[in-house]
Design a protein around this ligand. Structure first.
Ligand code: SDX
Length: 438
């Protein structure tokens, strides 16, 4: 049962003034103090850089317990979805709030298939990008430009059905754009999606098949891709999802809001970490040592170096997604001759994890492997180049971004997000003519 209940009051005393602020409790007994009347009642605002203690909204979509390592989409544990669901079922669950019936799933899947191809003119975009362009630059540019091909998406008063069709466009085309950016980077022809393939099969087909060749997607690889996309599908108010909600609160269309989320995700502290992790593992593999180097660099007092794939704003224990990925990867490759050699990087990752978790620096700060520490092993296993790893994260996260954008728009009253600040700059001064400046 969804819950947001007033469970009492917090008293705030400022000088001789005392005010009461309501305390609310959510479904999983998380508590928040509602400060929406604070400034009007006291002339004060809260200040919380990085929003370490600040909730931007209530949400029915995803629940995380960072201390217990719990992650649930619409109440369903990630471990069950990873084992039993498809990525498309999970996307439906996140966006519409329930698991689809077989009819609903068929209609959703058909909608994605129909919307997989890109308008022929979009292919010209790729001619303009240098071949070394980072695929995230291509993805955010082309996703933002999709509104030019679907102008109905610009109408902020659009009805539900058109939001669904935009969702189809985004979920399906983000995958096609990603595949095309890879093909552009290796100088190979674009491969059209095929109706007979389901979502993940079509991605592998567009990435790795050749014109005229009858490509058969490997079932182990297809299942591995489903798994890694499911695990990335949502994660409540992370940096990129909060970006999508903030941009969307200005009544910005869904394509542009998601393009903003892609840009936020690109950062190495966020979705770009999976690329950093793989580059670190490959560097260790090539040099034959350096595990201590990366750990010591990260622990050096005042160091700006971070051990990529470790630490999390919310998880202060093992990221449940990392646990699922580690076990799934081992099951996928162990003992299979066709995947020989892929286990080397897993061995290095396991040694790195074991070595770091012996250091008080990591233990005392509760820094454990996060989703990005192991996800790259699966992408590497699928033959996806390292620079594409953040794009794979984005493809997985598109349903979550859509779900949050939709939820934000349904919030009453609709309100543009506009944080306050405390000004700390120079007091009032005057213009100085240039001849008097020093
Ligand atoms: C994702 O928010 C989400 O949900 C994100 C995500 C999602 O699904 O959307 O889960 C996906 O982005 C996972 C995180 C991927 N990023 C990385 O792996 C980059 C490495 N990790 C960090 O940079 C860091 O842990 C963050 C950014 C993830 C979290 O940073 P916080 O919460 O702001 O913590 P902090 O920077 O204040 O660090 C607290 C302390 C500091 O040391 P002291 O000042 O106390 O001495 O821990 C240290 C930091 O220096 N620290 C690390 C570290 N992470 C934190 N030191 C070394 N290596 C690290 N990885």
């Amino acid at each position: 049962m969804n819950r947001y209940e007033n469970v009492g009051k917090a008293e705030l005393k400022i000088g001789d003034k005392k005010i009461e602020l309501p305390i609310y409790e959510g479904t999983e007994n998380e508590r928040g103090i509602d400060v929406s009347t604070l400034r009007e009642a006291t002339g004060h605002i809260t200040v919380d850089p990085g929003y370490m203690n600040t909730g931007s909204c209530t949400s029915n979509i995803t629940f995380i317990d960072g201390d217990k390592g719990i992650l649930r989409y619409r109440g369903i544990p990630i471990e069950e979805l990873a084992e039993k669901a498809s990525f498309i079922e999970t996307a439906y669950l996140l966006i519409f709030g329930k698991l689809p019936t077989s009819e609903e799933l068929t209609a959703f899947s058909n909608g994605l298939t129909e919307n997989a191809p890109l308008h022929e003119d979009i292919k010209k975009f790729f001619d303009g990008f240098p071949s070394a362009t980072h695929p995230m630059a291509i993805l955010c540019s082309v996703v933002s430009a999709l509104s030019g091909y679907y102008p109905y998406s610009l109408d902020p008063k659009r009805d539900e059905s058109e939001i669904t069709s935009t969702a189809f466009q985004l979920i399906s085309k983000a995958r096609t754009i990603a595949a095309y950016s890879y093909r552009k980077s290796v100088g190979e022809p674009f491969i059209y999606p095929r109706e007979k393939f389901k979502y993940c099969q079509n991605f592998l087909h567009m990435m790795f098949s050749y014109p005229g060749e009858d490509y058969v997607p490997d079932p182990d690889m297809t299942r591995a891709l489903e798994l890694v996309l499911i695990l990335h599908a949502d994660h409540e108010q992370n940096c990129s999802t909060s970006t999508v909600r903030l941009v969307g609160s200005a009544r910005t269309n869904l394509f542009a809001s998601v393009a903003a989320g892609i840009c936020a995700l690109w950062g190495p502290l966020h979705g770009g970490a999976n690329q950093e992790v793989m580059e670190m593992l490959e560097d260790i593999n090539a040099s034959g040592e350096k595990i201590d180097h990366y750990i010591n660099e990260a622990m050096k007092p005042g160091s700006t170096k971070r051990l990529s794939g470790f630490g999390h704003r919310v998880y202060k224990t093992y990221d449940p997604r990392a646990k699922v990925l580690k076990e799934a990867f081992h099951r996928l490759v162990h003992g299979k001759s066709k995947f020989r050699g892929k286990e080397e990087l897993l061995e290095i990752a396991l040694r790195l994890e074991e070595r770091a978790l012996k250091e008080d620096f990591f233990i005392s700060r509760k820094l454990y492997p996060n989703v990005d520490f192991y996800s790259g092993l699966i992408y590497n296993f699928l033959g996806i180049p390292t620079a594409m790893f953040p794009v794979m994260f984005a493809i997985g996260r598109v349903p979550g971004w859509i779900a949050h954008w939709k939820e934000m728009r349904e919030t009453k009253p609709p309100r543009i997000g506009r944080p306050r600040q405390i000004y700390t700059g120079p007091a009032k001064s005057s213009y100085i003519p240039i001849e008097q400046r020093t």
